[in-house]
Write a protein that binds this ligand. Structure first.
Ligand SMILES: NC(=O)c1ccc[n+]([C@@H]2O[C@H](COP(=O)([O-])OP(=O)(O)OC[C@H]3O[C@@H](n4cnc5c(N)ncnc54)[C@H](OP(=O)(O)O)[C@@H]3O)[C@@H](O)[C@H]2O)c1
Length: 178
């Protein structure tokens, strides 16, 4: 995503969220031009993004929902890379996990991947969760948890865990955001 010393343009989905906000800050501080998607441009909880260093020159926010394909395509236009971070992360138990968590997470990610393909995005990074590998009752405890031991859907349903997500994992340094 860097050509002859020039940083490219990348998009971060769910830019106002916890992980994504740190990623946007990191990308801006490294000279990237960033498109950030948020569901509501006027929401106070996204205001911190416009205050980040270099945001006034290099950050453009787009209103987009994971279940609205055209809004994703508009946000990805002109980008070389996409970091897909947005996902429903409920703080409390939800009434209908299938509808409120699984459908937007799965269909939203499929929409992101389809839109990236259509927009010829060179590199896509999908942020996952430790929940993708942690919840497997057959995991031998002397083995590292990797792609061989995905969380088991059956086990998750039994213990009512709704956060089973995807493959890739991006770690963002933990430090205070100013
Ligand atoms: N926090 C961690 O320590 C951690 C560690 C490992 C992995 N992760 C993973 O990283 C991802 C983000 O986690 P987080 O802690 O940063 O969560 P978060 O702060 O709740 O951020 C989630 C973001 O996703 C957006 N979003 C949810 N549903 C959406 C939809 N239908 N369309 C568009 N945007 C939508 C939210 O937008 P709104 O503000 O509009 O709701 C929010 O900006 C999750 O997949 C999580 O499992 C997190």
């Amino acid at each position: 995503m860097e050509v002859a010393g020039q940083k490219g343009r990348v998009c971060v989905t769910g830019a106002g969220g916890y992980v994504a906000s740190w990623l946007v800050k990191l990308l801006l501080s490294n000279g990237y031009k960033v498109h950030g998607t948020v569901r509501d441009l006027s929401e106070e909880k996204n205001a911190h993004l416009r205050k980040l260093e270099k945001a006034s020159e290099n950050l453009q926010l787009f209103k987009a929902d994971l279940l609205d394909y055209d809004t994703l395509k508009a946000a990805f236009a002109g980008c070389e890379g996409v970091f897909h971070v947005a996902s429903p992360v409920p703080a409390t138990k939800v009434l209908d996990p299938e509808l409120e968590v699984i459908t937007p997470a799965v269909n939203g990610t499929l929409n992101v991947l389809q839109a990236c393909s259509e927009k010829k995005i060179k590199r896509v990074i999908v942020v996952s969760s430790i929940a993708a590998v942690l919840l497997n009752s057959h995991w031998p405890h002397d083995k590292l948890q990797d792609e061989e031991y995905w969380s088991s859907e059956e086990f998750c349903r039994m213990i009512e865990v709704t956060l089973v997500i995807f493959e890739a994992f991006v770690s963002v340094p933990y430090c205070e955001m100013k």
